[in-house]
Design a protein around this ligand. Sequence first.
Ligand SMILES: *[C@@H]1O[C@H](CO)[C@@H](O)[C@H](O)[C@H]1NC(C)=O
Ligand SMILES: *[C@@H]1O[C@H](CO)[C@@H](O)[C@H](O)[C@H]1NC(C)=O
Ligand SMILES: *[C@@H]1O[C@H](CO)[C@@H](O)[C@H](O)[C@H]1NC(C)=O
Ligand SMILES: *[C@@H]1O[C@H](CO)[C@@H](O)[C@H](O)[C@H]1NC(C)=O
Length: 508
Amino acid sequence: MTVSQRNHGGALAVLILALLFPALFAPFSYASPSLFSEWNAPKPRHLRLLKSALQRENSNEQQSDLWTPLANQGWTPCVDSTNGPPLPNESQGYLQVFLDGGLNQQRMGICDAVAVAKILNATLVIPHLEVNPVWKDSSSFMDIFDVDHFIDVLKDDISIVKELPDDFAWSTREYYAIAIRATRIKTAPVHASANWYLENVLPVLESYGIAAIAPFSHRLAFDHLPTYIQLLRCKVNFKALTFVPDIRALVDVLVSRLRNPADQNEVLGANYLRAVTDAKNKQGPRKFVVLHLRFDKDMAAHSACDFGGGKAEKLALAKYRQVIWQGRVLNSQFTDEELRNQGRCPLTPEEIGLLLAALGFDNNTRLYLASHKVYGGEARISTLRNLFPLMEDKKSLASSEERAQIKGKASLLAAVDYYVSMHSDIFISASPGNMHNAMVGHRTFENLKTFRPNMALLGQLFLNKSMSWSEFQQAVEEGHKNREGQIRVRKPKQSIYTYPAPDCMCHA
Ligand SMILES: *[C@@H]1O[C@H](CO)[C@@H](O)[C@H](O)[C@H]1NC(C)=O
Ligand SMILES: *[C@@H]1O[C@H](CO)[C@@H](O)[C@H](O)[C@H]1NC(C)=O
Ligand SMILES: *[C@@H]1O[C@H](CO)[C@@H](O)[C@H](O)[C@H]1NC(C)=O
Ligand SMILES: *[C@@H]1O[C@H](CO)[C@@H](O)[C@H](O)[C@H]1NC(C)=O
C-alpha cells in the first residue's frame, strides 16, 4: 500500500465518521477542508459518445448555419423614452437598499430599486452591495458600474445621489445591523405590488425623510405595474448599467484577442490562442462562442446529482450538503436517474462539450469559458478541452498585469464574463441560473444568438448508454431547433429581465 493510498483510507474513515456524527466534526470541518479533499480524478462518463465526438466531421453547411446571426424577428428595443410622469418638484425623501446575492442578482435589485424610487417619488441612494458569503467580494457599486453614466441616463426619470447628505449620514448598514430601527423596512414581501410600497414605505419617508429596505432581492412584482415602470426597469438593466471603463477596456482587449488571434504578438503571461493555419488567419475577425459553466462545488452539491467522481466524490458532496444546508436539499430525495430524467442536473464540462459537438461546432471553434471555479478542476475541464482545443478564458487571454485589477474579486470577474458574453456571436450556458437568465434577457433585447440547452432531453439522452453518435446527434439537433434565441413573449409571473418582450420591446 502506498502512502497516498493509506492516507485516502484514513481520510475516508474520517469522512464516514463525519457523515454519521456531523456534530462531532463541526468545529473543524470548515477549518480543514483539505481533510475531505476529493482525490479520485473524475473520469469521462460517456466514453462511447466522446470517442465519436473526437473524430467528428462537420459539414461546412452545418457550420455556416450555426454562425449565421439571428434574422430580424420583428422586435426592437423601445425604452428610450419611458413616458412616465415628470420628476416631482420635491422628493419624498431618500430611498436606500442593501442588495444580497451575486452580481446578476444584485443587478436585478438595482433595476427594481430605481422602479420603487420612481413609484415613491423618492431620491435613490446608490445601492449598497452586500458581501456574499460564497463570493466574498467587497467591491462597491462604483467599483463595478459606471456611476456617472447611471445617473446621467436616468436623470429625467429619477433623482439619484452617490451619498446621503450629512443630516442623514447616520443611516448606515452598521446602524441597521445592531438594532431594530424605525427607518428600516424589513418585511417587504417577495414580488410586492406598487401599492404595497405606497402603503408601507411612503409613510416612513414622510415621517423620517428616509427609508432603508433590506432584504430587497426579488421584492417587486413583475405584473400589474404601469408600462412606464416596466420600461424604466429595462432602461436601467439594458442602458443605464454599464461597467466601469477599466472593465470595458479590459474586455475590449480580450475580445480583440479572441477575434484576431494572429495579431496577438505581445508576450502574454499565459498561453496564446493557437493560430490555426495561415489561410484561416486571412479570413478577418473570427467568431466565438461563450460557454458559461457554473460547476463549482456549491452547485454540484446542491444539485445532488452523481457526476462520476466515484464514492469519494459522492461522500464529499453529501458532507458539504450536510454542513452548508443541514441536509435540507430538495433534490436529495430523488435518485440520480430521476433527477436526470427531469433535467435537474447541471451539465458537466464533458456533457456540455458533447452537446456543442452534436450541435455541429467543430474543433476549430473558438470557445471562451466564462467560469469561476470548476469542481474537479483541470481533470474535468480537460475532456472539454480535448473536444475544443481552442478554448480560452480570462486567465489564458490576459496578462498577469491585466488580471491584477480583477484578481480575487468575484464580482469584477463576473462583470468581465458578462461583458465578454455580450460581445460573443453565440452564448450557451451549462445550467439554468442567474447568469443564464441575465444573458437570455439581455441578448434577446439585442437579438443575439443564445442557445438554451434542453436539460430534460439531455438528461434522458445521457442516461441511455446504447445510443450511437449519429442517433445522439440527431436527437440533439431536433431537440434544439427553436432554442437559439427565438423571441419568447413573457408570461405572467415571469421575469421582465429574462423576457423583455413585450414589455420593453416593440413589435414592428
Ligand atoms: C409623484 O409625482 C407625480 C408627478 O409629479 C405625481 O403625479 C404623483 O402623485 C407623485 N406620487 C407620490 C407617491 O408622491
Ligand atoms: C413645479 O415647479 C414648476 C416651476 O418651478 C411650477 O410651474 C409647477 O407648478 C410646480 N408643480 C407643482 C406640482 O408644484
Ligand atoms: C481537428 O480535427 C482534425 C481531424 O479530426 C485534426 O486533423 C485537427 O488537427 C484538429 N484541429 C485541432 C485544432 O485540434
Ligand atoms: C436508447 O436509445 C436507443 C437508440 O435511439 C433506443 O432504441 C432505446 O430505446 C433507448 N433506450 C432507452 C432506455 O430509452
